[in-house]
Design a protein around this ligand. Structure first.
Ligand code: ZN
Length: 243
């Protein structure tokens, strides 16, 4: 009996694993980009991406860990601790376009003077993940519409919080990251004055340094000047090879 259950569980797990890896492999090879179901203009090959950087250096996706001393990373989609309960990314990496990375470097330096720093939950996100998120959670308040693509897919959005630099401890915020509830919104009338203060501090420093807020998520910020950047579906492994 036990054997039967365990082999059927294994079979289901195996099928799921094969389905997910086929999905992501397909995306990595560019097939999903070229044949994306919404006909979007997506950069799907490293050659296309490298040419775009050669033509305009601001298209460069910068590795935040290398660019910003002391920045903390907790890339939730590279772990199962996220709303999909699945490892979406194959590497815990955070990349942003050069202008966004430079702004975060400036912000990290300002915060460091107060003993604070940034922790990144997510930054550039390959388009394949946006397709998958909508399948899992088809609510476009909290998950990007795949027929438009996410600003994360353009390398211009970042999900982040504040930490104490010395301990690495997160400052109190209204909700955990990716809690898809009203409480995550900037206008929610919080009673917790500490969470209110910390949310306002993050808002102030981000919006003073080139980012705009997203009203439904305290952790999500978009680069103000973002329209020229294309959607991308290049994997982290491929980006690392180009570094
Ligand atoms: Zn976000």
């Amino acid at each position: 009996m036990n054997l039967k259950i365990s082999s059927s569980v294994q079979r289901v797990a195996l099928i799921a694993l094969v389905a997910v890896s086929l999905f992501f492999h397909g995306c990595r090879s560019g097939a999903a980009g070229e044949k994306n179901p919404y006909g979007l203009d997506i950069v799907t090959t490293t050659r296309e991406y490298s040419e775009s950087v050669k033509a305009d250096s601001s298209n460069l996706l910068v590795d935040l860990e290398k660019h910003i001393p002391g920045i903390a990373l907790e890339i939730r989609y590279a772990d199962t601790n996220n709303f999909t309960h699945t490892e979406i990314y194959t590497a815990p990496k955070a990349y942003l376009r050069k202008a966004a990375a430079d702004s975060l470097l400036k912000i990290q330096n300002i915060l460091a003077a107060e003993g604070l720093g940034l922790k990144i939950f997510d930054a550039y996100r390959p388009y394949a993940a946006t397709l998958y998120f909508y399948e899992v959670y088809p609510d476009t308040t909290f998950v990007a519409a795949p027929w438009k693509g996410s600003i994360h897919n353009r390398g211009c959005a970042v999900d982040l919080t504040l930490i104490e630099l010395a301990s690495g401890r997160e400052l109190v915020m209204p909700t955990p990251f990716d809690e898809f509830s009203e409480r995550a919104g900037h206008n929610y009338p919080l009673k917790d004055t500490l969470a209110l203060k910390n949310r306002a501090l993050l808002l102030e420093i981000m919006t003073s340094n080139g980012f705009t807020m997203y009203e439904h998520e305290w952790w999500h910020y978009n680069l103000k000047e973002r329209d020229k950047y294309k959607l991308m579906n290049i994997s982290f492994e491929e980006l690392e090879k180009l570094d």
